[in-house]
Ligand binder design. Structure first.
Ligand code: SF4
Length: 360
């Protein structure tokens, strides 16, 4: 399996929690210039067959009409896809429109990921989002009308404005929209974001734990299975693109700030700066050659997040039984382990390397 990621770095506004690389477009010419450079960069994808494309950002559906056509045309000219490919485009609800949906469908996009984040208008306002719940409902109807049958919804939990009861009601409502996939992201307040500067903090650990438990309870009741720490899908609708990351398969990233991983051990990233990307996308790349230890740590970190777990062989898990189970050399997180996944991954790594450290 091999995936291709494209970063569209434009947003109409900057959400207050966001740490992704994005800019508010100066004018149409800037977007056209980006698309021309992206077209050149995408020629590097020629000769490789991809199983998935994921268009993220930023806000990919800020591209409309001729700009959208230029984008789709570039992908078509340079990217060869396997027969049963998955091609996802991230969308901000307020920018969903019939013409763009129809154009995307006719060019082969077959999965949409809708950045809903919350069904509570007050919370959306606090996040700095431009849409409201009513917008989402209208746009979902449009998406179905155009014939998209693989739709994912993103939600955020862990803000000070949504306690466990509101979170339960939100999950129940979104699950009843009958989408195929739900991603639930724990709000991380990263340095450099407006939320961090404003002193916004997550609820305490006990509340967060209740919210994690509620998530499993509600979504499983509606027929969703958790297949990765943050992701739930109806049977057969797991995100194949994200599985490529978690299974440590190869992926190539295009556009400013995009990352690539080429086997056996090369990771490189494009500069997170639109001007410098346009000036010289190739010369401004950062390359890293991962050591065996780094590769192992990454493989554990990513693989342990999935319900399939990660092969670690016959290691000693004493003291960790509450958090992981080990069967036939494959280690998986228990429901309790999900809450401590990163710390457990580090502990497993140290045990595999022969140095024990306890997960405090
Ligand atoms: S729309 Fe998405 S990428 Fe843009 S600022 Fe908001 S969260 Fe970040």
């Amino acid at each position: 399996m091999r995936g291709l990621y494209i970063h569209v770095p434009f947003c109409r506004q900057k959400c207050l929690y966001c740490a992704f690389y994005r800019v508010i477009p100066g004018n149409r010419f800037q977007m056209e210039t980006y698309l021309r450079v992206l077209d050149m960069e995408l020629s590097e994808a020629e000769g490789i067959r991809f199983d998935t494309i994921y268009v993220g950002g930023g806000t990919p559906n800020i591209l409309k009409e001729r700009l959208l056509e230029m984008f789709l045309d570039s992908v078509h000219r340079h990217v060869e896809l396997s027969e049963d490919y998955e091609w996802t485009v991230e969308m901000n609800p307020e920018l969903v429109d019939l013409d763009s949906l129809e154009m995307m469908k006719s060019w082969g996009v077959n999965r949409l990921s809708l950045g809903v984040q919350s069904i509570y208008d007050e919370e959306l306002r606090m996040f700095g989002r431009l849409h409201r719940k009513e917008t989402v409902l209208r746009k979902l109807e449009l998406i179905r009308k155009v014939g998209f049958d693989n739709v994912s919804v993103d939600l955020i939990f862990g803000s000070p404005w949504k306690g466990p009861d509101m979170w339960r009601r939100e999950l129940e409502e979104v699950a009843s929209w009958e989408v195929e996939h739900i991603s639930t992201y724990h709000l991380t307040i990263e340095e450099g974001t407006s939320f961090h500067a404003m002193g916004i903090r997550n609820p305490d650990d006990e509340v967060m734990e209740r919210m994690y438990i509620l998530r499993d309870e509600v979504l499983s009741r509606y027929g969703f299975e958790r297949y990765e720490i943050s992701n739930y899908a109806r049977k057969g609708f797991e995100s194949r693109h994200n599985l490529i990351y978690w299974m440590h398969q190869e992926y190539r990233g295009f556009g400013p700030s995009a990352h690539s991983f080429v086997k056996p051990n090369i990771r490189y990233s494009n500069v997170p700066d639109l001007e410098r990307y346009i000036e010289d996308y190739e010369g401004n790349r950062d390359y890293e050659y991962l050591t065996g230890e780094q590769l192992l740590l990454e493989r554990i970190f990513l693989g342990i997040r999935t319900r399939w777990g990660v092969h670690v062989g016959d290691i000693d898990i004493s003291g960790l039984e509450e958090f992981v189970e080990l069967k036939d050399g494959v280690i998986r997180l228990t429901d309790r382990g999900v809450l401590l996944a990163d710390r457990i991954a580090v502990e497993i790594f140290h045990r595999m390397m022969g140095s024990h450290r306890s997960p405090d």
